[in-house]
Design a protein around this ligand. Structure first.
Ligand SMILES: [Zn+2]
Length: 109
């Protein structure tokens, strides 16, 4: 397992960041994909935006975008069906069990 997966399994959504490029490296890696410098790891801010969604039975699948344009596929835990692209989401749960798992809810002010 990668460091990213180990942390994800513990419920920590972390990503590598290049101090030289001042950018998160996605997909996460021990080295920056642009300048090949070593990276530091840090927690990702749980705020995201809804990029895309689709309904399958009772479940809503979504693509959410975090800081620095990081995008993940997850599920949206909501009873609201008037979803809008660009809506603010909050990451409430993450995990790893062979594949990545991200659960979001709609962020209310
Ligand atoms: Zn770099």
């Amino acid at each position: 397992m990668t460091r990213f997966e180990i942390e994800l399994k513990k419920g920590n959504f972390v990503c590598s960041e290049c101090k030289k490029c001042n950018q998160l490296v996605w997909p996460p890696s021990e080295f920056c994909s642009k300048c090949f410098q070593s990276v530091t790891w840090r927690q990702i801010t749980p705020d995201a935006k809804l990029v895309e969604f689709s309904k399958k039975g009772d479940q809503i699948f979504c693509i959410a975008e975090f800081e620095d344009g990081i995008r993940v596929v997850g599920t949206l835990d909501t009873k609201h069906y008037d979803l809008k692209i660009g809506q603010s989401l909050l990451l409430t749960e993450c995990g790893f069990n062979g594949s990545e798992r991200f659960v979001f809810k709609i962020k209310t002010q």
